[in-house]
Design a binder for this molecule. Sequence first.
Ligand SMILES: [Zn+2]
Ligand SMILES: [Zn+2]
Length: 151
Amino acid sequence: MAINGQCSCKNVSFQLKASPLSRVLCHCTICQSFNDAAYGDVAIFRAKDVVMPEEDTVNYQAFTKPPIVHRGKCKACAKPAIEYVSLPLTPKLVIVPIASIQDPDLIPEASMHIFYHSRKNEIEDALPKYSGYLKSQMALGLVLIKGMFKA
Ligand SMILES: [Zn+2]
Ligand SMILES: [Zn+2]
């Protein structure tokens, strides 16, 4: 299986070789401003399942100290393209905004809302909604571990 990813101007391109561990809707303020949207709709992959884009097409920036999530925008169109997580002692993860997946129908439905306390709008759906930093992190951690065992 290979799913193609690209930014809106196609300058950044990458390949996904397996299904994501999970897809989540993140209402944290960084995702809101990075995606210029009410929340980030992202699929999370194991780094080994992703053929990363050419380094010089992406501008990576971390918005926290220490830098955990490196968020990449296309150098040409400045739209969110791809992100990666680097934390010691944890498997490397790659976060892909659904907007940069060519055929989003190949990605499973979102499993939950996280950081719901900083939501811009109430969301009327049946998905679980986690508020609070710790609860959101734990819910995300659990769903990722579940994804790793399923794969
Ligand atoms: Zn672009
Ligand atoms: Zn977020």
